[in-house]
Design a binder for this molecule. Structure first.
Ligand code: RIB
Ligand code: CA
Length: 307
């Protein structure tokens, strides 16, 4: 039984690995991508999404452009991490165009079409997902699952000491999602540890397309650099871990109330996980608290060989 999957994404190197893994896994049927501003501008994330699909010879997928900025903040991007234009590696200049529908409307349309056959993975800022939930408040009850990459429930952030990037960029969207979506949240608690072996990255760097480009995505740097110096400390492929969890259950979850700090101070975007039940709030978020790294690495490597 395959899982129909919609990925909301801001490619982004680790988003690209997540998309490649989703396209290659036999138990996943990608129904489309919605793009959001995050790692880079919406124009770049949408172009990058098409370029990834064309690199992988999967061009018959709808890509819907979503929100070009957070709900009520200026966009903070991460091109310093993901490279100029928001992605690294040798990618074709895409020829495809996005569909006419807005990304948030596309999410709603796919939920109405596929219902509880559909799983949604939001691996960029949750702006499109929150907007879709405002358009269709019943969305969380319509689909099978909503998986999130984001948050830092019981660990430090990667933008500030408190906040993970996807939540930091759009705290208002994140707050709405954790309060109303009953999501499965794969945060830095598990994705920081979700790395690939340096040997795999160096092996890919010496292979033909698309693997040399995937090496660049793994390492968040150009494949030449990987060939020349190798990867001493492989970075985390956050988004890919969430996609692999959908099919391989690599995460262990505990359910808690979660609140997002929507202030403008040093705690902006903090995800506060009420592990002691002190708030009396309903436990609505499945928080990933552990990851089977071996299962992640094995499944990802095996899956990508199907490309
Ligand atoms: O904090 C990691 C997240 O931020 C990932 O989704 C990565 O792509 C960046 O968007
Ligand atoms: Ca991302």
């Amino acid at each position: 039984m395959t899982t129909k999957l919609l990925i909301d994404t801001d490619p982004g190197c680790d988003d690209a690995v997540a998309i490649a893994a989703a396209l290659a896994h036999p138990d996943l049927e990608v129904v489309g991508l919605s793009t959001v501003a995050g790692n880079t501008t919406l124009e770049n994330t949408t172009r990058n999404a098409h370029a990834i699909l064309e690199l992988l010879d999967r061009t018959n997928f709808p890509v819907a452009r979503g929100c070009d900025r957070p709900i009520s903040r200026e966009l903070v991007s991460a091109e310093d991490v993901h490279g100029p234009g928001g992605i690294r590696g040798d990618l074709p200049e895409p020829t495809a165009e996005p569909i006419d529908a807005h990304g948030a409307a596309f999410i709603v349309d796919q939920a109405r079409e596929y219902g509880d056959d559909l799983t949604i993975a939001a691996v960029g800022p949750w702006t499109n997902l929150a907007t879709a939930m405002l358009l269709e408040p019943a969305l969380p009850d319509m689909v099978a699952n909503i998986y999130l990459m984001g948050g830092a429930a019981m660990t430090g952030g990667n933008v500030t000491p408190e906040a993970e990037f996807n939540v930091y960029v759009d705290p208002e969207a994140a707050s709405h999602v954790v309060q109303h979506a009953r999501p499965k949240m794969g945060g830095l608690d598990v994705t920081n540890r979700s790395t690939v072996a340096a040997e795999l990255i160096e092996d890919y760097a010496d292979r033909d397309a698309p693997f040399d480009t995937i090496a660049a995505w793994f390492g968040y740097e150009d494949a030449d650099a990987v060939r020349e110096r190798g990867i001493e400390d492989p970075p985390s492929v956050h988004d890919a871990a969430v996609v692999i969890d959908i099919v391989e259950d690599i995460f262990e979850y505990e359910t808690y109330p979660v609140e997002v700090n929507t202030g403008h101070g040093p705690s902006r975007g903090a995800t506060i996980c009420d592990t002691r039940g002190t708030t009396g709030e309903e436990q609505t978020v499945d928080v990933a608290v552990d990851v089977d790294l071996e299962a992640f690495r094995t499944t990802l490597a095996e899956t990508l060989e199907n490309l």
